[in-house]
Design a protein around this ligand. Structure first.
Ligand SMILES: NC(=O)c1ccc[n+]([C@@H]2O[C@H](COP(=O)([O-])OP(=O)(O)OC[C@H]3O[C@@H](n4cnc5c(N)ncnc54)[C@H](O)[C@@H]3O)[C@@H](O)[C@H]2O)c1
Length: 251
């Protein structure tokens, strides 16, 4: 990926940070974006040991901020070849994970705004640039919960199914312009997001038993899939939802 440029959101930690490091190691210059600027700067610092990286603060729910982010990527590095739309939120506590009829409205709106609208806004501005440039590759972070239901997680599940739909639709629309659009669907990954759930032994046991490989994934194992989907090695792959789930759907 020498000479190419990647933009990654939700990159202050977890899967996004691992993705930044994977793209940097592959030779790309990287734009590290997150609502948490301090965390994004730490990630950019780590990536700078391998190549060029800048950290920018963005709220992916804000069209003006996402447009400005893509613009900054272009003014800084001159082009945009890859984007990983990965920023996301889940439930702040176990108490917030309620059956569908009891989900809190403002939390529902927030989860949909970050996880679904945020991905759409990212694609909107990235695609315009990639089409103008003659091609590019996008990977969105969906989830295994973008494929099946999950008790207590209606808003999250809806948002991740939405990401799957956006991914397939954009793939159909922009293939003719040389833009590929895919998604990764992770199983349980050891990040800040799942700490409140994994703290409950019952939930932890249930989640791990559903994966054939009975452990949580490392963020780098998801990043490796995202990197491959964007790379030229996946040049005939578009509209694909790639499960990286420890074999959850094999059983
Ligand atoms: N951890 C898992 O088990 C798991 C499983 C499937 C999918 N995912 C998805 O992976 C992605 C990354 O999550 P993670 O597990 O690395 O957790 P994480 O909490 O470490 O990362 C999410 C990042 O998104 C950022 N973010 C939140 N709201 C934002 C906003 N409005 N604008 C910009 N950035 C914002 C956060 O600051 C954080 O750095 C998410 O989309 C998540 O839904 C995670």
């Amino acid at each position: 990926m020498e000479g190419r440029v990647a933009l990654i959101t939700g990159a202050a930690g977890g899967i996004g940070r691992a993705s930044v490091l994977a793209f940097a190691e592959a030779g790309a210059r990287v734009v590290v974006a997150d609502i948490d600027l301090t965390g994004a700067e730490e990630t950019a610092h780590l990536a700078a040991q391998m190549g060029e990286a800048i950290a920018l603060r963005v709220d992916v729910t804000r069209a003006d901020e996402v447009a400005a982010l893509v613009e900054r990527a272009i003014t800084t590095f001159g082009r945009l070849d890859y984007a990983h739309n990965n920023a996301g939120v889940a439930y702040p506590s176990l108490a917030a994970m309620t059956p569908t009829a009891d989900q809190d409205e403002s939390l529902f709106d927030h989860i949909l705004a970050v996880n679904l609208k945020g991905v759409w806004l990212g694609m909107k501005y990235e695609i315009l640039r990639m089409v103008a440039q003659g091609g590019g590759a996008i990977v969105n972070t969906s989830s295994i919960l973008g494929l099946v239901g999950g008790k207590g997680m209606a808003a999250y599940v809806a948002s991740k199914h939405g990401v799957a739909g956006l991914t397939k639709t954009a793939a159909l629309e922009y293939a003719r312009y040389g833009v590929r659009v895919n998604a990764v669907c992770p199983g349980v990954v050891q990040t800040r997001m799942v700490e409140p759930m994994l703290a409950d032994p019952k939930i932890e046991r249930g989640w791990l038993q559903s994966q054939a490989i009975r452990r949580t994934a490392e963020p780098g194992e998801i990043a490796a899939a995202a990197l491959w989907l964007c790379s030229d090695a996946a040049s005939f792959v578009t509209g694909h939802l790639l499960n990286v789930d420890g074999g959850q759907f094999a059983q």
